[in-house]
Design a protein around this ligand. Structure first.
Ligand code: ARG
Length: 445
Protein backbone atom coordinates (compact mmCIF):
# COMPACT_ATOMS: atom_id res chain seq x y z
CA UNK A 1 0.00 0.00 0.00
CA UNK A 2 1.26 3.45 -0.97
CA UNK A 3 0.46 6.70 0.84
CA UNK A 4 0.62 8.66 -2.40
CA UNK A 5 0.10 7.91 -6.07
CA UNK A 6 -3.04 9.69 -7.28
CA UNK A 7 -1.10 11.99 -9.56
CA UNK A 8 1.12 9.24 -10.98
CA UNK A 9 0.31 7.14 -14.02
CA UNK A 10 2.94 4.52 -13.25
CA UNK A 11 3.97 2.95 -9.97
CA UNK A 12 7.43 3.36 -8.48
CA UNK A 13 10.29 1.40 -10.05
CA UNK A 14 12.27 -1.13 -8.06
CA UNK A 15 15.21 1.23 -8.32
CA UNK A 16 13.25 4.02 -6.68
CA UNK A 17 11.99 1.68 -3.98
CA UNK A 18 15.42 0.31 -3.17
CA UNK A 19 16.85 3.76 -2.81
CA UNK A 20 13.91 5.57 -1.27
CA UNK A 21 12.34 3.13 1.17
CA UNK A 22 13.28 3.39 4.82
CA UNK A 23 11.28 0.54 6.31
CA UNK A 24 14.34 -1.69 6.63
CA UNK A 25 15.50 0.57 9.46
CA UNK A 26 12.63 2.81 10.54
CA UNK A 27 10.54 -0.22 11.53
CA UNK A 28 12.42 0.30 14.80
CA UNK A 29 10.10 3.25 15.38
CA UNK A 30 6.96 1.09 15.29
CA UNK A 31 5.93 1.51 18.91
CA UNK A 32 6.58 5.27 18.78
CA UNK A 33 4.61 5.54 15.53
CA UNK A 34 1.69 3.71 17.12
CA UNK A 35 1.82 5.90 20.25
CA UNK A 36 1.85 9.04 18.11
CA UNK A 37 -1.04 7.73 16.00
CA UNK A 38 -3.13 6.93 19.06
CA UNK A 39 -2.59 10.44 20.40
CA UNK A 40 -3.43 11.93 16.99
CA UNK A 41 -6.66 9.89 16.79
CA UNK A 42 -7.84 11.39 20.09
CA UNK A 43 -6.70 14.88 19.07
CA UNK A 44 -8.65 14.87 15.80
CA UNK A 45 -11.64 13.34 17.58
CA UNK A 46 -11.53 16.35 19.95
CA UNK A 47 -11.38 18.54 16.85
CA UNK A 48 -14.54 16.93 15.45
CA UNK A 49 -12.94 14.87 12.63
CA UNK A 50 -13.74 11.48 14.18
CA UNK A 51 -16.64 10.39 16.33
CA UNK A 52 -15.73 8.89 19.70
CA UNK A 53 -16.61 5.43 18.37
CA UNK A 54 -14.43 5.90 15.29
CA UNK A 55 -11.54 7.04 17.47
CA UNK A 56 -12.00 4.02 19.71
CA UNK A 57 -11.96 1.52 16.83
CA UNK A 58 -8.86 3.18 15.38
CA UNK A 59 -7.07 3.13 18.73
CA UNK A 60 -7.98 -0.50 19.41
CA UNK A 61 -6.79 -1.58 15.97
CA UNK A 62 -3.57 0.44 16.35
CA UNK A 63 -2.78 -1.22 19.66
CA UNK A 64 -3.09 -4.65 18.01
CA UNK A 65 -0.58 -4.01 15.25
CA UNK A 66 2.21 -6.60 15.34
CA UNK A 67 5.84 -6.07 14.36
CA UNK A 68 6.56 -6.83 10.69
CA UNK A 69 8.06 -10.09 9.48
CA UNK A 70 9.05 -8.74 6.05
CA UNK A 71 10.80 -5.48 5.52
CA UNK A 72 10.53 -5.00 1.76
CA UNK A 73 6.81 -4.62 1.34
CA UNK A 74 6.37 -1.13 2.73
CA UNK A 75 7.91 2.25 2.05
CA UNK A 76 8.31 3.20 5.68
CA UNK A 77 6.96 2.59 9.16
CA UNK A 78 4.16 5.11 8.62
CA UNK A 79 2.79 3.31 5.57
CA UNK A 80 3.16 -0.02 7.39
CA UNK A 81 1.01 1.20 10.27
CA UNK A 82 -1.60 2.68 7.95
CA UNK A 83 -1.84 -0.48 5.84
CA UNK A 84 -2.19 -2.69 8.92
CA UNK A 85 -4.88 -0.35 10.18
CA UNK A 86 -6.71 -0.60 6.86
CA UNK A 87 -6.49 -4.40 6.96
CA UNK A 88 -8.14 -4.29 10.38
CA UNK A 89 -10.84 -1.64 10.01
CA UNK A 90 -11.16 -0.80 6.28
CA UNK A 91 -11.63 2.70 4.86
CA UNK A 92 -12.01 4.32 8.30
CA UNK A 93 -8.22 3.93 8.53
CA UNK A 94 -7.95 6.63 5.87
CA UNK A 95 -9.38 9.25 8.23
CA UNK A 96 -6.45 9.03 10.65
CA UNK A 97 -4.13 11.00 8.39
CA UNK A 98 -6.43 14.04 8.38
CA UNK A 99 -4.38 17.15 9.12
CA UNK A 100 -1.23 15.13 9.69
CA UNK A 101 1.86 14.62 7.53
CA UNK A 102 4.61 12.08 7.70
CA UNK A 103 6.84 15.10 8.30
CA UNK A 104 5.43 15.98 11.73
CA UNK A 105 4.83 12.27 12.34
CA UNK A 106 8.42 11.15 11.85
CA UNK A 107 9.77 14.02 13.94
CA UNK A 108 7.40 12.96 16.73
CA UNK A 109 8.42 9.32 16.48
CA UNK A 110 12.07 10.21 16.63
CA UNK A 111 11.69 12.56 19.58
CA UNK A 112 9.81 9.88 21.51
CA UNK A 113 12.61 7.46 20.62
CA UNK A 114 15.19 9.99 21.77
CA UNK A 115 13.66 10.33 25.23
CA UNK A 116 13.97 6.58 25.72
CA UNK A 117 17.47 6.49 24.29
CA UNK A 118 18.59 9.28 26.63
CA UNK A 119 17.04 7.53 29.65
CA UNK A 120 18.79 4.32 28.68
CA UNK A 121 22.15 6.06 28.23
CA UNK A 122 21.77 7.88 31.52
CA UNK A 123 21.01 4.76 33.50
CA UNK A 124 23.90 2.85 31.89
CA UNK A 125 26.29 5.73 32.60
CA UNK A 126 25.08 5.92 36.18
CA UNK A 127 25.74 2.18 36.65
CA UNK A 128 29.30 2.58 35.37
CA UNK A 129 29.89 5.66 37.54
CA UNK A 130 28.62 3.82 40.62
CA UNK A 131 31.04 0.93 40.03
CA UNK A 132 33.88 3.44 39.73
CA UNK A 133 32.72 5.03 43.00
CA UNK A 134 32.66 1.61 44.66
CA UNK A 135 36.20 0.92 43.54
CA UNK A 136 37.24 4.42 44.64
CA UNK A 137 35.83 3.80 48.13
CA UNK A 138 37.81 0.56 48.41
CA UNK A 139 40.99 1.99 46.91
CA UNK A 140 40.97 5.47 48.43
CA UNK A 141 44.43 4.84 49.90
CA UNK A 142 45.93 2.63 47.18
CA UNK A 143 48.95 4.46 45.76
CA UNK A 144 49.99 4.45 42.14
CA UNK A 145 52.07 6.74 39.97
CA UNK A 146 50.24 9.67 38.44
CA UNK A 147 51.33 10.70 34.95
CA UNK A 148 51.64 13.81 32.84
CA UNK A 149 52.94 13.51 29.27
CA UNK A 150 52.89 9.73 29.95
CA UNK A 151 55.85 10.28 32.31
CA UNK A 152 55.71 9.42 36.00
CA UNK A 153 54.89 12.67 37.78
CA UNK A 154 53.60 12.50 41.36
CA UNK A 155 51.96 9.73 43.39
CA UNK A 156 48.18 9.55 43.38
CA UNK A 157 45.67 6.99 44.61
CA UNK A 158 43.75 4.58 42.41
CA UNK A 159 40.57 5.88 44.02
CA UNK A 160 41.39 9.37 42.82
CA UNK A 161 41.89 8.04 39.29
CA UNK A 162 38.47 6.34 39.43
CA UNK A 163 36.77 9.53 40.57
CA UNK A 164 38.30 11.56 37.74
CA UNK A 165 36.18 9.49 35.35
CA UNK A 166 33.18 9.78 37.67
CA UNK A 167 33.35 13.57 37.19
CA UNK A 168 33.36 13.14 33.40
CA UNK A 169 30.47 10.69 33.55
CA UNK A 170 28.49 13.01 35.78
CA UNK A 171 28.85 15.72 33.14
CA UNK A 172 27.80 13.20 30.48
CA UNK A 173 24.64 12.44 32.44
CA UNK A 174 23.92 16.17 32.54
CA UNK A 175 24.49 16.43 28.78
CA UNK A 176 22.03 13.63 27.97
CA UNK A 177 19.51 15.21 30.35
CA UNK A 178 19.95 18.56 28.62
CA UNK A 179 19.57 16.96 25.17
CA UNK A 180 16.40 15.32 26.37
CA UNK A 181 15.04 18.54 27.87
CA UNK A 182 15.73 20.55 24.70
CA UNK A 183 14.07 17.90 22.55
CA UNK A 184 11.04 17.72 24.81
CA UNK A 185 8.65 19.47 22.39
CA UNK A 186 5.86 17.73 20.50
CA UNK A 187 6.03 18.12 16.69
CA UNK A 188 2.56 16.63 15.98
CA UNK A 189 0.22 19.30 14.73
CA UNK A 190 2.85 21.04 12.62
CA UNK A 191 1.47 19.31 9.51
CA UNK A 192 3.64 19.03 6.43
CA UNK A 193 5.23 22.43 7.10
CA UNK A 194 2.55 25.07 7.62
CA UNK A 195 0.57 23.81 10.61
CA UNK A 196 -2.56 21.69 11.05
CA UNK A 197 -5.75 22.92 9.36
CA UNK A 198 -7.80 21.82 12.39
CA UNK A 199 -8.53 23.29 15.82
CA UNK A 200 -6.05 20.90 17.51
CA UNK A 201 -5.35 21.47 21.20
CA UNK A 202 -1.60 21.01 20.79
CA UNK A 203 -0.89 21.52 24.49
CA UNK A 204 -3.17 18.63 25.38
CA UNK A 205 -1.76 16.54 22.53
CA UNK A 206 1.83 17.19 23.68
CA UNK A 207 0.96 16.21 27.25
CA UNK A 208 -0.83 13.05 26.15
CA UNK A 209 2.45 11.89 24.59
CA UNK A 210 4.50 12.89 27.63
CA UNK A 211 6.11 15.95 26.03
CA UNK A 212 6.67 19.10 28.06
CA UNK A 213 5.09 21.36 25.42
CA UNK A 214 4.26 21.64 21.72
CA UNK A 215 6.90 22.95 19.31
CA UNK A 216 6.40 26.60 18.47
CA UNK A 217 7.03 26.97 14.74
CA UNK A 218 5.80 24.47 12.17
CA UNK A 219 8.59 25.16 9.66
CA UNK A 220 11.27 24.65 12.27
CA UNK A 221 9.45 21.63 13.67
CA UNK A 222 9.50 19.46 10.56
CA UNK A 223 13.09 20.33 9.64
CA UNK A 224 14.68 20.44 13.09
CA UNK A 225 17.06 17.63 14.00
CA UNK A 226 18.99 19.47 16.71
CA UNK A 227 17.84 16.84 19.17
CA UNK A 228 19.49 14.14 17.06
CA UNK A 229 22.72 16.15 16.83
CA UNK A 230 22.59 16.82 20.59
CA UNK A 231 22.25 13.09 21.25
CA UNK A 232 25.14 12.22 18.93
CA UNK A 233 27.26 14.93 20.52
CA UNK A 234 26.50 13.75 24.05
CA UNK A 235 27.31 10.21 22.92
CA UNK A 236 30.52 11.26 21.17
CA UNK A 237 31.84 13.11 24.19
CA UNK A 238 30.83 10.24 26.47
CA UNK A 239 32.69 7.81 24.21
CA UNK A 240 35.65 10.19 24.13
CA UNK A 241 35.79 9.90 27.92
CA UNK A 242 35.38 6.13 27.80
CA UNK A 243 38.13 5.96 25.21
CA UNK A 244 40.52 7.77 27.54
CA UNK A 245 39.57 5.45 30.36
CA UNK A 246 40.17 2.51 28.02
CA UNK A 247 43.53 3.92 27.02
CA UNK A 248 44.58 4.30 30.67
CA UNK A 249 43.54 0.73 31.43
CA UNK A 250 45.30 -0.65 28.38
CA UNK A 251 48.46 0.86 29.82
CA UNK A 252 47.76 -0.22 33.43
CA UNK A 253 47.26 -3.81 32.26
CA UNK A 254 50.23 -3.78 29.88
CA UNK A 255 53.17 -6.11 30.51
CA UNK A 256 55.28 -3.00 31.09
CA UNK A 257 53.13 -1.36 33.80
CA UNK A 258 51.49 -4.49 35.25
CA UNK A 259 49.38 -2.51 37.71
CA UNK A 260 46.23 -4.46 36.95
CA UNK A 261 44.93 -7.58 35.29
CA UNK A 262 41.77 -7.87 33.22
CA UNK A 263 39.08 -10.30 34.35
CA UNK A 264 39.29 -13.48 32.22
CA UNK A 265 35.67 -13.13 31.17
CA UNK A 266 36.36 -9.75 29.60
CA UNK A 267 39.67 -10.44 27.89
CA UNK A 268 40.49 -12.27 24.69
CA UNK A 269 43.22 -14.63 23.57
CA UNK A 270 45.33 -14.92 20.44
CA UNK A 271 44.86 -17.66 17.85
CA UNK A 272 48.63 -17.81 17.45
CA UNK A 273 50.36 -16.70 20.66
CA UNK A 274 49.31 -18.89 23.60
CA UNK A 275 50.45 -16.46 26.30
CA UNK A 276 48.33 -13.51 25.19
CA UNK A 277 45.52 -11.92 27.18
CA UNK A 278 44.26 -9.05 25.11
CA UNK A 279 42.20 -5.97 26.00
CA UNK A 280 39.81 -6.15 23.02
CA UNK A 281 36.90 -4.64 24.96
CA UNK A 282 38.97 -1.56 25.76
CA UNK A 283 40.27 -1.28 22.21
CA UNK A 284 36.75 -1.52 20.79
CA UNK A 285 35.59 1.24 23.12
CA UNK A 286 38.48 3.38 21.86
CA UNK A 287 37.57 2.53 18.27
CA UNK A 288 33.89 3.27 18.77
CA UNK A 289 34.76 6.75 20.02
CA UNK A 290 36.32 7.45 16.63
CA UNK A 291 33.28 6.17 14.81
CA UNK A 292 30.91 8.16 17.01
CA UNK A 293 32.69 11.38 16.12
CA UNK A 294 32.16 10.38 12.48
CA UNK A 295 28.42 9.85 13.04
CA UNK A 296 28.14 13.29 14.64
CA UNK A 297 30.02 15.14 11.91
CA UNK A 298 28.15 13.07 9.30
CA UNK A 299 24.76 14.26 10.52
CA UNK A 300 25.96 17.86 10.81
CA UNK A 301 27.11 17.67 7.21
CA UNK A 302 23.72 16.28 6.12
CA UNK A 303 21.99 19.19 7.87
CA UNK A 304 24.13 22.12 6.90
CA UNK A 305 22.74 22.94 3.47
CA UNK A 306 19.09 22.04 3.94
CA UNK A 307 16.55 24.63 2.89
CA UNK A 308 13.39 24.89 5.00
CA UNK A 309 11.36 22.92 5.59
CA UNK A 310 11.39 19.09 5.32
CA UNK A 311 13.79 17.50 2.82
CA UNK A 312 14.29 13.80 2.23
CA UNK A 313 17.91 14.11 3.30
CA UNK A 314 16.44 14.04 6.81
CA UNK A 315 15.57 10.37 6.38
CA UNK A 316 19.30 9.72 6.82
CA UNK A 317 19.18 10.90 10.44
CA UNK A 318 17.93 7.60 11.79
CA UNK A 319 20.58 4.97 11.20
CA UNK A 320 23.34 6.86 13.04
CA UNK A 321 21.02 7.31 16.00
CA UNK A 322 20.05 3.65 16.04
CA UNK A 323 23.66 2.54 15.69
CA UNK A 324 24.75 4.83 18.50
CA UNK A 325 22.13 3.46 20.88
CA UNK A 326 23.27 -0.09 20.13
CA UNK A 327 26.92 0.90 20.65
CA UNK A 328 26.24 2.60 23.99
CA UNK A 329 24.00 -0.27 25.08
CA UNK A 330 26.85 -2.73 24.55
CA UNK A 331 29.91 -0.65 25.49
CA UNK A 332 28.70 0.77 28.81
CA UNK A 333 27.65 -2.53 30.44
CA UNK A 334 30.82 -4.26 29.18
CA UNK A 335 33.01 -1.52 30.64
CA UNK A 336 31.05 -1.61 33.87
CA UNK A 337 31.68 -5.33 34.25
CA UNK A 338 35.33 -4.85 33.36
CA UNK A 339 35.82 -2.11 35.99
CA UNK A 340 34.07 -4.27 38.54
CA UNK A 341 36.29 -7.24 37.81
CA UNK A 342 39.69 -5.70 37.14
CA UNK A 343 42.26 -6.94 39.65
CA UNK A 344 44.88 -4.61 41.02
CA UNK A 345 48.47 -5.55 41.69
CA UNK A 346 48.70 -3.24 44.70
CA UNK A 347 52.31 -4.14 45.57
CA UNK A 348 53.47 -3.24 42.11
CA UNK A 349 51.46 -0.03 42.09
CA UNK A 350 52.86 0.98 45.49
CA UNK A 351 56.42 0.12 44.48
CA UNK A 352 56.10 2.19 41.32
CA UNK A 353 54.51 5.10 43.22
CA UNK A 354 57.34 4.99 45.78
CA UNK A 355 60.00 5.34 43.10
CA UNK A 356 62.53 8.01 44.08
CA UNK A 357 61.82 10.26 41.10
CA UNK A 358 58.19 10.58 42.19
CA UNK A 359 59.52 12.15 45.43
CA UNK A 360 61.26 15.03 43.68
CA UNK A 361 58.39 17.51 43.77
CA UNK A 362 57.62 16.75 47.40
CA UNK A 363 61.30 17.22 48.35
CA UNK A 364 61.28 20.63 46.67
CA UNK A 365 58.04 21.41 48.53
CA UNK A 366 59.71 20.39 51.82
CA UNK A 367 62.69 22.66 51.15
CA UNK A 368 60.28 25.48 50.36
CA UNK A 369 58.45 24.79 53.62
CA UNK A 370 61.76 25.45 55.42
CA UNK A 371 61.99 28.87 53.82
CA UNK A 372 63.87 28.34 50.54
CA UNK A 373 61.96 30.01 47.66
CA UNK A 374 60.34 27.22 45.63
CA UNK A 375 62.15 28.24 42.41
CA UNK A 376 65.52 27.71 44.12
CA UNK A 377 64.38 24.46 45.73
CA UNK A 378 63.29 23.22 42.28
CA UNK A 379 66.74 24.06 40.93
CA UNK A 380 68.58 22.33 43.79
CA UNK A 381 66.50 19.13 43.54
CA UNK A 382 66.92 19.09 39.77
CA UNK A 383 70.70 19.17 40.20
CA UNK A 384 70.73 16.56 43.00
CA UNK A 385 68.39 13.98 41.46
CA UNK A 386 71.09 11.31 41.72
CA UNK A 387 70.78 11.50 45.51
CA UNK A 388 67.02 12.08 45.70
CA UNK A 389 66.67 9.06 48.05
CA UNK A 390 68.90 10.68 50.66
CA UNK A 391 67.22 14.06 50.25
CA UNK A 392 63.82 12.45 50.74
CA UNK A 393 65.03 10.82 53.95
CA UNK A 394 66.62 14.03 55.15
CA UNK A 395 63.39 15.96 54.62
CA UNK A 396 61.13 13.19 55.94
CA UNK A 397 59.38 12.76 52.59
CA UNK A 398 57.46 9.46 52.32
CA UNK A 399 54.92 8.12 49.87
CA UNK A 400 52.11 8.11 52.42
CA UNK A 401 53.12 11.55 53.63
CA UNK A 402 52.93 12.93 50.10
CA UNK A 403 49.47 11.46 49.56
CA UNK A 404 48.20 12.71 52.91
CA UNK A 405 49.43 16.22 52.12
CA UNK A 406 47.13 16.56 49.08
CA UNK A 407 44.10 17.16 51.24
CA UNK A 408 42.79 20.42 49.80
CA UNK A 409 39.43 20.11 48.02
CA UNK A 410 39.87 18.13 44.81
CA UNK A 411 43.17 16.50 45.85
CA UNK A 412 44.29 12.87 46.08
CA UNK A 413 44.66 12.52 49.89
CA UNK A 414 42.96 9.26 50.97
CA UNK A 415 40.58 11.04 53.36
CA UNK A 416 39.67 13.50 50.60
CA UNK A 417 39.09 10.68 48.13
CA UNK A 418 36.85 8.93 50.64
CA UNK A 419 34.80 12.11 51.11
CA UNK A 420 34.66 12.73 47.36
CA UNK A 421 33.48 9.15 46.75
CA UNK A 422 30.74 9.59 49.34
CA UNK A 423 29.63 12.86 47.71
CA UNK A 424 29.69 11.28 44.24
CA UNK A 425 27.60 8.36 45.44
CA UNK A 426 25.04 10.73 46.95
CA UNK A 427 24.89 12.73 43.75
CA UNK A 428 24.46 9.66 41.56
CA UNK A 429 21.81 8.00 43.68
CA UNK A 430 19.69 11.03 44.59
CA UNK A 431 16.47 11.07 42.56
CA UNK A 432 17.06 14.73 41.73
CA UNK A 433 20.48 13.92 40.28
CA UNK A 434 20.15 15.84 37.05
CA UNK A 435 21.68 18.83 35.33
CA UNK A 436 20.36 21.26 37.96
CA UNK A 437 22.52 19.70 40.67
CA UNK A 438 25.83 21.43 41.25
CA UNK A 439 28.51 18.84 40.64
CA UNK A 440 30.31 19.45 43.94
CA UNK A 441 27.20 19.12 46.11
CA UNK A 442 27.93 17.58 49.48
CA UNK A 443 31.68 18.17 49.52
CA UNK A 444 33.15 20.61 52.00
CA UNK A 445 35.66 22.98 50.62
N1 ARG B 1 10.74 8.06 5.82
C1 ARG B 1 10.67 9.48 5.94
C2 ARG B 1 11.80 9.98 6.85
O1 ARG B 1 12.36 9.19 7.50
C3 ARG B 1 9.35 9.87 6.52
C4 ARG B 1 8.92 11.24 6.12
C5 ARG B 1 8.58 11.25 4.70
N2 ARG B 1 8.11 12.54 4.32
C6 ARG B 1 8.04 12.92 3.05
N3 ARG B 1 7.64 14.10 2.78
N4 ARG B 1 8.42 12.10 2.08
O2 ARG B 1 12.09 11.12 6.90
Amino acid sequence: MKLWGGRFEKGPSDLLRQFNDSFSFDHQLLSEDIDGSVAWAYAIADAGVLTRDEARSIVTALSRIQPPVKFNEHEDVHSYVESKLREAIGPLAGKLHTGRSRNDQVATDLKLWLKRACDEATSNIRALALILVKRAEAEAATPMPGYTHSKQAEPITFGHWCLAYVEMLQRDIERFAAAQARGDECPLGAGALAGAPLPIDRMKLAQSLGFARPSANSLDTVSDRDFAVDYLFAASLLLTHLSRLAEDLIFFTSDEAGYAELPDALATGSSRMPQKKNPDVLELVRGHAGRAIGELTGLLAVMKGLPLAYDKDLQLDKEPLFRMRVTLGAALPALTALIEGIELNRERMRAAAAGPMLMATAVADAMAARGLPFREAHEVVGRELASIDELAREYGVTLDGILASKKAFGGTAPERVTAAARAARARLTSSTSDHRQPTTAGQTR
